[in-house]
Design a binder for this molecule. Structure first.
Ligand SMILES: NCc1[nH]cc(CCC(=O)O)c1CC(=O)O
Ligand SMILES: [Zn+2]
Ligand SMILES: [Zn+2]
Length: 388
C-alpha cells in the first residue's frame, strides 16, 4: 500500500468513526463506555495493524494527530510534568507587633497584617484545609522600633520570634519559613547596614543577617530564607547554623535570583519597608541580567543553599528554567510576588479573565518552568480549589 493510499484509507476509517459520533466533542462528551467500545472496534484494531505492517515512519499525517493525547481530563493532567498540590504552596504572613491588629492591606487584595492574637484562629481554618507551610514577615508598627542596625529583627520579644514559637506550639505540622532581611527593621529601609556614603556595608550586613537567621532557626523556624541579596550571606548563615549545631535540621532557602522590580510595591506597603532614599538596584538584580542570575544561583549552591528561589515568578520564567537546569540536585522555589498577585486581581476585576482560571494558569506556568515550591498569596484559595 502506498503512503497516500494508506492515508486515504485512514481518513476513510476516521470519517466512519465520526458518523457514529462527532469528532470534536471527544473531550466533553466521551464516556468510559464509549471509549471502551471504540478501543475494541475491529476496524480500529485493523487500522493500527496496517500502519505497522507498512514501514511508514510516524510522520506527516499520522504524527500530526495530537488531540487524542489530551481528549480526556485525566490525560490532560498527564501532559504536565508537575501537578499543583497543596504541599507545594507556602503562604506569606505579615505579622505586626500590635497583638490585636487585623488590618487589610489596601494594595494587596484580601491580605491582612495580623498581630499575635489573631494568628491562631486564622491559621486554624487554613490548616484544616490542608495548609502545609507559611513564610513569616515581621512588621514593626510601633514608633521608635527601627534603627540603623535593624536591632528589632531578632528581638526575642519581637513579632517574628514570638510567632515562630506560637505557630510551632499550636501547629506542630506546619513548616515554618522565615524571611530574613533588615529592611523592615532599619530606619533607612535598606536591606542591610549602610556605610557613610549610603551604600551597603557588605561585611557588617552579612554578619548581622546571619545572626538574625541563626536567632530565627534557634527559635524553631524550619527554614530561613535570606532575601537581602548581600554577597556571601548563604555561606555565613550556613556556618553559623553549623556552629550552633542546627544545620542538620534547618533548611536554607536562598532568594538567589531576586530581581529589582516594580512588582514589590504592595509588599512594601504591607511591611512598611520602602527605602527612605535611593533604591535597591545595587544589590537586587537588574531585570535583564540573566547571566548574573545564573552566577548568583551557582554561587549560592556552592555556599550551601538547600533550595534556590527565583523572584518574581511569572515575568521570570526563563530564570526559573535556568535555576532548574543549574540546580539539578536542588528543589527550585518561585515567589509570585505582591505586584503579580495584585495585577492578576486587577485584570480579573476589569473583566479580562476569570480570577480562578488565571490563578491556575499563572501557577501552572511557574511549575512548567521548573519550580516545585511556590510562595503564593493565592494559597488560601488553592486550598479550597485543590483536592490534595
Ligand atoms: N527584602 C524584603 C522582601 N522580602 C520579600 C519581598 C517581596 C515580596 C512581595 O512583593 O510579595 C521583599 C521586598 C523587597 O525586597 O523590597
Ligand atoms: Zn530587604
Ligand atoms: Zn525580605
Amino acid at each position: 500500500m502506498s503512503f497516500s493510499s494508506l492515508v486515504q484509507d485512514l481518513a476513510l476509517r476516521d470519517s466512519g468513526a465520526s458518523s457514529r459520533r462527532p469528532r470534536d466533542d471527544v473531550s466533553t462528551t466521551s464516556t468510559m463506555d464509549d471509549r471502551a467500545s471504540r478501543m475494541s472496534h475491529p476496524s480500529r484494531a485493523m487500522s493500527y495493524a496496517s500502519t505497522s505492517a507498512t514501514s511508514v515512519s510516524i510522520s506527516g499525517e499520522i504524527s500530526s494527530q495530537l488531540h487524542g493525547g489530551y481528549a480526556h481530563p485525566l490525560a490532560r493532567t498527564w501532559q504536565a510534568e508537575r501537578q499543583l498540590t497543596k504541599s507545594m504552596l507556602i503562604y506569606p504572613l505579615f505579622i505586626s507587633d500590635q497583638d490585636d491588629e487585623e488590618v487589610l492591606i489596601p494594595s494587596l487584595p484580601n491580605q491582612y497584617r495580623r498581630g499575635m492574637n489573631r494568628l491562631v484562629p486564622f491559621l486554624e481554618t487554613l490548616v484544616h484545609k490542608g495548609l502545609r507551610s507559611v513564610i513569616l514577615f515581621g512588621v514593626p508598627m510601633r514608633q521608635g522600633t527601627k534603627d540603623a542596625l535593624g536591632t528589632a529583627a531578632d528581638d526575642p520579644q519581637g513579632p517574628v520570634i514570638r510567632a515562630i514559637r506560637l505557630i510551632q506550639q499550636r501547629f506542630p505540622h506546619l513548616f515554618i519559613v522565615v524571611d530574613v532581611c533588615l529592611c523592615e527593621y532599619t530606619s533607612h529601609g535598606h536591606c542591610g547596614i549602610l556605610k557613610a556614603d549610603g551604600s551597603l556595608d557588605n561585611g557588617l550586613s552579612v554578619d548581622r543577617i546571619s545572626d538574625v537567621a541563626r536567632a530565627y532557626a534557634k527559635a524553631g523556624a524550619h527554614c530561613v530564607a535570606p532575601s537581602d541579596m548581600n554577597d556571601g550571606r548563604i555561606r555565613a548563615i550556613k556556618l553559623k547554623l553549623i556552629e550552633e549545631g542546627i544545620a542538620h535540621s534547618t533548611l536554607l532557602m536562598s532568594y538567589s535570583a531576586k530581581f529589582s522590580t516594580c512588582l514589590y510595591g504592595p509588599f512594601r506597603d504591607a511591611a512598611g519597608s520602602a527605602p527612605s532614599f535611593g533604591d535597591r538596584k545595587c544589590y537586587q538584580l537588574p531585570p535583564g541580567g540573566r547571566g548574573l542570575a545564573r552566577r548568583a544561583i551557582h554561587r549560592d549552591i556552592n555556599e550551601g543553599a538547600d533550595v534556590i528561589m527565583v523572584k518574581p515568578a511569572n515575568a521570570y520564567l526563563d530564570i526559573i528554567s535556568d535555576a532548574k537546569d543549574i540546580g539539578k540536585h536542588l528543589p527550585v522555589a518561585a515567589y509570585q510576588v505582591s505586584g503579580e498577585f495584585a495585577m492578576i486581581h486587577a485584570g480579573a476585576k476589569a473583566g479580562v479573565y476569570d480570577l480562578k482560571a488565571m490563578a491556575f494558569e499563572s501557577t501552572e506556568s511557574i511549575l512548567r518552568a521548573g519550580a516545585g515550591i511556590i510562595i503564593s498569596y493565592f494559597t488560601p484559595e488553592f486550598l479550597d480549589w485543590l483536592t490534595y
